[in-house]
Design a binder for this molecule. Structure first.
Ligand SMILES: [Zn+2]
Ligand SMILES: [Zn+2]
Length: 301
């Protein structure tokens, strides 16, 4: 009996170990250090793209601030049949910013290991220059589709009939992602929710930085929509496209800065989203700049 119990216990442990391999979290995003530029970019030796493997089938990429001050983050999700990349960064030239080569290598390695031939879909979190600059590196490549930049093109690609009020689900093969239109920062803005990791990507709509709001009413309803979505879907991390806040509460780096020595952490949480939501409700219909510890509401019109 004793021995049987021990054996069952060992089997359970082994099963747990096997199960945890496929969903293992390889990095702790709370502690993750990101390349953050240099005071003198002429002596910067960081790679043009930092590659962080989040778990077995998810990568987070960050552009070097010395190649472009925007230093956007890009995310790569792999399913069994398709890969989804969000955004193509802030620099066009392959020599300075080899994004296609980097992503291709990750996918090719996966294909080799799993005997697959993955299709790549490149989606933009929105239509701003610092998130689409390297589109040309992907255009015309085999097994690669770059989704259009206008709201109608995004809607048509994902079969969204009622933009921006309808969310849709895409299946990468055993991995479902929700695409949620969230205009306000820009009219093509979308959030992406990965059901496997419970990560929500919010692009430039919500991140540790200056939340530039072009259309106040749309922005308010998009944030309400994300809060409502979160009521039905667990959120582990909310990840955006930039970091512009320092660790000193409410203090942002100057616009255009190529050196962020003490950046705020990348992940935000549902409590932060709720803080934004409440602040917007309090401000009401008239746009107003509002400084918080981790973000700044920053109307631009
Ligand atoms: Zn941006
Ligand atoms: Zn933007």
């Amino acid at each position: 009996m004793q021995r049987f119990k021990l054996r069952s216990f060992i089997t359970a442990l082994a099963l747990l170990a096997i199960c945890s391999v496929s969903f293992a979290q390889s990095v702790n995003l709370e502690e993750q250090k990101w390349i953050h530029g240099s005071a003198d970019c002429s002596v910067n030796t960081d790679d043009p793209i930092q590659i962080v493997q989040y778990n077995s089938n998810t990568w987070i990429l960050r552009q070097n601030k010395c190649t472009h001050f925007e230093a956007p983050f890009m995310y790569l999700f792999l399913g069994k049949e398709k890969a989804l990349l969000t955004d193509t960064g802030a620099t066009k030239e392959q020599e300075k910013f080899p994004l296609y080569k980097t992503v291709r290598r990750l996918i090719d390695n996966w294909d080799k290991e799993h005997n697959t031939s993955m299709e790549l879909v490149v989606l933009h979190t929105h239509n701003h220059g610092d998130h689409k600059a390297a589109d040309a590196q992907f255009n015309g490549k085999a097994r690669t589709t770059v989704v259009g930049l206008q709201p109608e093109e995004v809607a048509s690609f994902f079969y969204i009939n009622n933009w921006p009020d309808e969310n849709v689900t895409v299946d990468l093969g055993g991995r479902k992602l929700d695409i949620i239109p969230i205009p306000g920062h820009q009219e093509s803005s979308v959030a992406v929710y990965d059901r496997n990791t419970q990560i929500m990507l919010t692009g430039d709509t919500f991140y540790p930085g200056r939340l530039y709001v072009a259309d106040w009413a749309s922005f308010r309803s998009s944030i309400s929509k994300l809060v409502a979505f979160a009521a039905d879907n667990p959120i582990k991390y909310i990840l955006g496209n930039h970091i512009e806040m320092s660790v000193n509460d409410g203090k942002d780096y100057p616009m255009g800065s190529k050196y962020h020595p003490q950046e705020q952490k990348l992940p935000l949480y549902l409590t932060d989203l709720k803080e934004l939501h409440e602040a917007l409700n309090k401000i009401g219909d008239t746009p107003k700049r509002d400084i918080h510890d981790k973000f700044i509401i920053f109307p631009v019109r």
